[in-house]
Design a protein around this ligand. Structure first.
Ligand SMILES: [Fe+2]
Length: 236
């Protein structure tokens, strides 16, 4: 884990960063997508320090800072401070949770300016999570935050233990935490959103917790998310 952006496709990088939550080591992976004008869309802004800031400046300039669900917002303010002209995007409900941040736009409310490069795929039926997935159109890369994880030996010990405890596993397979089921308010809407997302035929998968994968993305997601959405898991 270099802690610096690593290329995954042309105009697409991910950066996995370690940090501590309540004193315990975890990691989270952010994604940077370059737009035609050189602006960057930063999805799940990771822990920012000077080396990462300098590396990002080499790639372009953050034009959009995107919190992809109601849980992943910890470092968004640091990114906004570092690049004040960037627009800060929130999923539904995050504005109420982070009143200290001034959000410029809401995901899913208006067509985002990055749409030609990056499809925005809000996942319905789980309003207490409000996760939004993205698809980098040119490479077919699906960018997921918490609904799926792929934790393995490279991740910090506490994240592995936590993932195992939550039923998402820590063997490098795509998994999904059992407790997410508690957040499902509308199973049909959830299944419809998940089906719409995999209907885009993703070829690669990026998750916030764990490593990207490049093969068998759709069957892996159906298997992992079947506990969350049986209707999605059983679809063929
Ligand atoms: Fe998370």
């Amino acid at each position: 884990m270099s802690g610096l952006p690593e290329p995954l496709a042309d105009g697409l990088w991910t950066v996995e960063r370690r940090f501590r939550t309540m004193g315990l080591p975890v990691s989270s992976r952010g994604t940077l997508v370059r737009l035609p004008d050189g602006g960057l869309v930063v999805i799940n802004p990771p822990r920012l320090d000077r080396p990462l800031r300098e590396a990002v400046d080499w790639l372009g300039w953050p034009a959009h800072i995107v919190c992809p669900n109601r849980f992943h917002h910890l470092f968004a303010g640091d990114w906004k401070k570092a690049w004040p002209s960037a627009r800060l995007w929130a999923p539904a409900g995050l504005e109420d949770k982070r009143r200290d941040l001034i959000f410029d736009a809401r995901l899913g409310r208006q067509p985002p300016p990055w749409d030609p490069v990056l499809a925005t795929l809000p996942i319905a039926g789980m309003p207490r999570l409000s996760e939004v997935w993205f698809l980098h159109r040119a490479s077919g890369t699906l960018i997921v935050t918490d609904l799926a994880a792929r934790v393995g030996a490279r991740q910090p010990w506490f994240l592995r233990a936590w993932s195992r405890l939550n039923g998402a596993g820590a063997s490098g397979r795509v998994g999904s935490a059992a407790w997410l089921r508690l957040l499902v308010a509308d199973a049909d809407a959830l299944a419809a959103s998940l089906n719409a997302a995999v209907g885009q035929c993703p070829q690669q998968l990026v998750v916030a917790h764990g490593d990207p994968m490049a093969d068998g993305v759709v069957p892996a997601l159906r298997r992992a998310l079947s506990r969350l959405s049986p209707a999605f898991g059983h679809a063929t």
